[in-house]
Each structure stands twice: as structure tokens, then as C-alpha cells.
Design a protein around this ligand. Structure first.
Ligand SMILES: Nc1ncnc2c1ncn2[C@@H]1O[C@H](COP(=O)(O)OP(=O)(O)O)[C@@H](O)[C@H]1O
Ligand SMILES: CC(=O)N[C@@H](CCC(=O)OP(=O)(O)O)C(=O)O
Length: 253
């Protein structure tokens, strides 16, 4: 079995994937088993708006009542997942779309039903299912929706789903592709950051919004022995030394 690389594509990143990305993906696929986890936050905001359903987030996590969950399924497991799969196939890359419901891929428990509604916390991943797809040279493309024991569907923050999947698979690398060059402090890109400094930046408000679940997910993955975790721009050339690498140890900045 090849080493595994998990790539998380944020909703903004999905809209600006370049030829460089697909070329790099093909190269990586020669060496690694690749798993893609996608988000779709901005697309969800847009669809909820069109349907006149009010929505809000707390620390980057969407409050998800039942009615919102229907739209989450529709947008993430429906249109976005299929769009990513078709785009990859158009580029000659074999891909299979899944949500966490399929084959009980992502099993969850509620994060806090009173506070967040149908938001799930990942408890287990159907690793053999992913391995069998990887063995056939497929890229599993995963929408961040999970099921609980009663087969109710839950919304999972895509960063936390990607980190959980990378942890369960003991992935070598986890990349968060997003719409910023990495973690910024004022106007400076931090090329490397550790746990302690992340907490400092959270405390002083430098890290906000969607960056909070992203760094929390990154730290979780590092704690679960994912060897390398990096936050980078979807427009970057995807080489070593770009973006922000999250480390466990002493901050080298
Ligand atoms: N210190 C920071 N450095 C970089 N981005 C930050 C920071 N704090 C907050 N952000 C915000 O986090 C966003 C990335 O998170 P998010 O929108 O959830 O992306 P994605 O859709 O890729 O998961 C950036 O667009 C930026 O607005
Ligand atoms: C629970 C929760 O917050 N789920 C996210 C799932 C999509 C996501 O994470 O998309 P991005 O990666 O584009 O932000 C949401 O509803 O927006």
C-alpha cells in the first residue's frame, strides 16, 4: 500500500483550481494514494440565501438545523461532489465521489445538538472502503457529511473531516488548499507555526473565522501522527517551502 496524502479543497479553492493543480495531482498519484475532501461553505451560503434560509456560524462552524441539513446534503453531496469528480475525470484522473453516508464512510456523534443542531464530530472512518478504491487507482472524493447510529445525516466541518480521515489512515501528508497563502500575521506569511504560537494568535484575534477550525484540525492531525500538515493557497505551485507548515514543537519563526 502506497503512503497516503489527504488534500482538503475549501469552497473558495474549488472555484480557482488551475492546470498546475491537476498536473501536480497526476504526479502525486504516481507516488501516493490520494484522497480529496472538499468543502463548499461559500456555495452553501449562496444556496441558503437563494432559498431564503437564514444561516450563521460560530467560530467557523455552521449552526445546522434540520432544514439547513437538507440543503447541506443537496449542495455538498450533490452538486459540488459531482462537479469535482467530473472535473477530475475530464483531466484524465480516475475519481469516485462519496459522502460519509455511503458505505458508512464517516460515522459521527453530535458535536452539541442544542448549540449546533446537526453538526457531527467524526468517530470512525471506513478505512477498508477507502483502501479498496485507492488500490484500484481511484481518488476518493469525499463530501463532509456523516451519519450517526440512527442514520441521521450530520454536517461536518470539512477541515475537521479531512484531519480525521488523515488521522485514521495515518496519512503522510495533509494539505489544506484555501484562498490565502497560509497563516498571516499582519501582512506576513508564517511559513511555520507550532501549537503554542497558534494559541497566542487565537487569543489575540489574529486567527479568526474559518481559519480557527482549520488550525484546530491541523493540530489534531499532528497529534494523531500525520507527518506533515500544511495550509496553502490553491493558486500556489505546490512545492516544498510554501504555505504554512504546522509543527508540534518549538516555533522556529
Ligand atoms: N490569520 C489569518 N491568516 C489567514 N487567513 C485568515 C486568518 N484569520 C482568518 N482568516 C480567514 O480564513 C479564511 C480561510 O478559511 P475559510 O474561509 O474557512 O477557507 P476554506 O473555504 O478554504 O476552508 C481566509 O480567507 C481568511 O479570511
Ligand atoms: C459544520 C460546518 O461548518 N460545515 C461546513 C461544511 C462545508 C465546509 O467546511 O466548507 P469550507 O471548507 O469551504 O469552509 C459548512 O456548513 O459550511
Amino acid at each position: 500500500m502506497k503512503d497516503i496524502v489527504v488534500i482538503k479543497l475549501g469552497g473558495n479553492a474549488l472555484q480557482s483550481l488551475t492546470d498546475i493543480f491537476y498536473t501536480k495531482l497526476r504526479e502525486l498519484q504516481n507516488q501516493y494514494g490520494i484522497i480529496i475532501v472538499h468543502g463548499g461553505g461559500p456555495q452553501l451560503d449562496e444556496m441558503l440565501g437563494r432559498l431564503h434560509i437564514k444561516t450563521s456560524k460560530q467560530d467557523g462552524i455552521r449552526i445546522t438545523p434540520k432544514e439547513t441539513m437538507e440543503v447541506v446534503s443537496m449542495v455538498l453531496a450533490g452538486s459540488i461532489n459531482k462537479e469535482v469528480v467530473c472535473q477530475l475525470q475530464k483531466e484524465g484522473i480516475k475519481a469516485v465521489g462519496l459522502s460519509g453516508c455511503d458505505g458508512e464512510l464517516l460515522c459521527v456523534t453530535p458535536l452539541n445538538k442544542e448549540q449546533f443542531g446537526y453538526v457531527g464530530e467524526l468517530q470512525s472512518v471506513n478505512v477498508p472502503l477507502l483502501e479498496s478504491l485507492l488500490q484500484q487507482g481511484m481518488i476518493p472524493v469525499i463530501a463532509p457529511i456523516g451519519v450517526d447510529r440512527s442514520y441521521d445525516r450530520f454536517n461536518i466541518n470539512a477541515d475537521s473531516a479531512a484531519a480525521g480521515i488523515a488521522s485514521f489512515l495515518q496519512a503522510k501528508q495533509l494539505f489544506f488548499f484555501t484562498d490565502v497563502p497560509g497563516i498571516m500575521e499582519k501582512d506576513t506569511l508564517l511559513t511555520s507555526i507550532d501549537k503554542g504560537y497558534i494559541h497566542t494568535l487565537m487569543g489575540n484575534g489574529t486567527l479568526a473565522g474559518g481559519m480557527i477550525p482549520k488550525v484546530e484540525a491541523a493540530l489534531k492531525a499532528i497529534d494523531h501522527h500525520v507527518q506533515e500538515v500544511c495550509i496553502i493557497s490553491c493558486l500556489a505551485k505546490y512545492q516544498k517551502g510554501i504555505g504554512t507548515t504546522i509543527t508540534k514543537g518549538v516555533n522556529v519563526q
